[in-house]
Design a protein around this ligand. Structure first.
Ligand code: NAD
Length: 290
């Protein structure tokens, strides 16, 4: 198989990441099917496509014809079977829970054509933990998009020991065709590249908050005005989801058994309260007026 054989893409999970990844693929000419077990989430993803594409036309970023082609390229279904039956490439973006991902990949292995590459967008779960649920481990890898996927250029393509060169090359070429900047990660290191760097920053920001050294706003300001980052650690957690900060920390703790990976007390508190960031209307900041 080579990149020219990739024509149909399926995206599994239409949440924060999946709805944008599927639209990205459709805009770049791929017949894309987006699927989710939650029909409300699917409806939201479809409504997003319906408002995003005209908005791009208004801004002069897409022509009417390009927007129409993208809309024609994307379809939505709650049937996994329907979504992946003709897929050459599958991108999984379901919840960050190992057990769920393993079940999804076992199902994908049965339902997707044998040649299809099965990528996971997981932020922390390496594909070697998922690949064994399939009979095609050489075609299972991490292809890690960043949030928001329509905007952020970086994609981390991780080549664990089970991943073939062909799978990695096709995945990197696909990213190029989606106008992203792929980086090749040669080992399955926990957190890949950027999240390791941001993990260190976030841990430090939380420690400063919990020690009463400075406010959320001032810690974020330091990062933005001192380091030139587009946003601070707290604003970023609100964007990506504090539930994700929590589950990623728990996964790391389960994997390593090291208490330093446990979510910090203030993250646990936010998680239990359901204050997960923008998507729930409140996180470290308040979004109730949005
Ligand atoms: N949020 C981020 O900033 C971010 C960035 C990069 C990568 N990721 C990764 O992307 C993945 C998805 O994260 P998210 O933030 O989009 O999560 P999310 O909670 O917004 O969306 C997950 C979706 O998966 C659906 N789902 C659950 N089980 C399913 C199944 N069996 N079949 C189909 N759909 C199912 C849920 O209904 C939900 O809509 C995770 O692995 C996460 O680590 C997230």
């Amino acid at each position: 198989m080579n990149i020219a054989d990739v024509k149909n893409i399926a995206v599994v999970g239409a949440g924060n990441m999946g709805h944008q990844i599927s639209l990205l693929c459709a805009i770049h000419g791929y017949k894309t099917t987006c699927t989710d077990i939650n029909t409300e989430i699917l409806k939201k993803a479809e409504a997003f496509a319906d408002s995003y594409l005209p908005g791009r036309v208004e801004k002069g970023r897409l022509t009417e014809a390009q927007a129409k082609a993208a809309r024609d390229n994307i379809s939505f279904t709650s049937s996994l079977k329907e979504a992946v039956k003709d897929a050459d490439y599958v991108i999984e973006a379901v919840l960050e829970v190992l057990d769920i991902k393993q079940k999804v990949f076992a199902a994908l292995d049965k339902l997707a054509p044998p040649h299809a590459i099965l990528a996971t967008n997981s932020s922390a779960i390496v594909s070697s933990k998922i690949a064994d649920a399939t009979n095609r481990p050489d075609k299972v890898l991490n292809v890690h998009f960043f949030n928001p996927a329509l905007v952020m250029k970086l994609v981390e393509v991780v080549q664990g020991p089970h991943v073939s060169d062909e799978t990695r090359q096709i995945s990197m070429e696909l990213c190029n065709r989606l106008e992203k900047v792929p980086v090749h990660i040669k080992k399955e290191v926990e957190g890949f590249l950027l999240n390791r760097i941001f993990g260190a920053i976030t841990r430090e920001a939380l420690w400063l908050l919990e020690m009463g050294v400075a406010s959320i706003e001032d810690i974020d300001k330091a990062q933005v005005y001192g380091a030139g980052h587009p946003m601070g650690a707290f604003r970023l957690m609100d964007l990506t989801g504090i539930d994700l900060t929590y589950t990623m920390s728990m996964e790391k703790f389960k994997e390593t058994g090291e208490p330093r990976h446990l979510p910090s007390p203030s993250v646990v508190e936010k998680y239990i309260k359901g204050e997960w960031g923008e998507k729930t209307g409140k996180g470290w900041y308040d979004y109730s007026d949005k």
